[in-house]
Design a binder for this molecule. Structure first.
Ligand code: SAM
Length: 229
């Protein structure tokens, strides 16, 4: 069970980290728990490749979007993109990215708790869930899947990108629990974070009665696609 204080701290951490958030992807720097920065950079290339392969079409929900770092890999054939985050600063960054890509007209940016997606009128054919499940307790994770399954189009897909548990990771981190995160200016925040093995992902699919395809499982990140059929 995560306390309200820990949730608040995590939300504030991401809001204040918006400007430097992409450094974990572009430099392998920031809250890196694998010593070799190339592990992150290589996995970013792989993850982009596997998202592109999914060829998102129809309505895409990017929840929570953060800076929408992965948008360049999925925006092209999407009909509409709904980007949701609790952080104003993250949404600003996401908007800048959409502007640079020239896809602002098909984007909608919504400051919303991800647990309130039922409030959005349209239904997604793709849920893109990047590095969110790893911040949820088991109870929250189950609740979030329930909301997604209720909301998604019949033939929809849930595409998950998140943090892989590996021997490298185990040298610096616990598989699950409270972590301290530090911004470049030295400010620290408490967050909750967990990591996934391929077995954990299979278990989730079984629990949720979803079909799963683990498209990529790297040292740092993985890509998994879940569907109702
Ligand atoms: C680790 S970042 C991931 C961002 C992006 N999906 C990516 O893959 O780079 C987590 C994001 O989740 C947002 N967030 C955390 N809890 C949330 C919630 N309950 N509702 C909406 N956004 C939330 C944070 O503000 C932050 O932008």
């Amino acid at each position: 069970m995560i306390s309200i204080e820990l949730k608040k701290s995590m939300n504030l951490y991401y809001d204040e980290r918006a400007d430097e958030y992409d450094e974990i992807y572009t430099l392998g720097a920031g809250p890196a728990s694998i010593t070799d920065p190339n592990a992150y950079k290589q996995d970013v290339i792989k993850v982009k490749e596997y998202i592109e392969k999914q060829n998102f079409k129809g309505v895409v929900f990017d929840v929570p979007c953060g800076t929408a770092f992965w948008m360049p890999s999925y925006y092209q054939n999407a009909e509409k993109i709904v980007l949701i985050d609790q952080s104003e600063n993250m949404l600003k960054k996401a908007q800048e990215r959409a502007g640079t890509l020239g896809c602002l007209p098909k984007c909608q940016f919504i400051k919303l708790d991800a647990f309130q997606i039922e409030k959005i009128k349209v239904k997604p054919s793709v849920f893109f869930i990047g590095f969110f499940l790893s911040h949820l307790t088991l109870k929250e994770e189950t609740q979030f899947f329930m909301l997604m399954k209720k909301k998604i189009e019949k033939n929809g897909r849930i595409v998950i990108v998140d943090s892989a548990w590996s021997d490298e990771r185990a040298r610096k981190r616990q598989k699950e629990g409270r972590q301290i995160r530090k911004l470049n200016n030295g400010t620290t925040f408490d967050i909750y974070k967990k990591y996934f093995t391929a077995g954990d992902l299979e278990e989730i699919a079984k629990r949720e009665s979803l079909h799963i395809s683990i498209e990529y499982f790297g040292k740092a990140f993985f890509v998994a696609v879940l569907s109702l059929v």
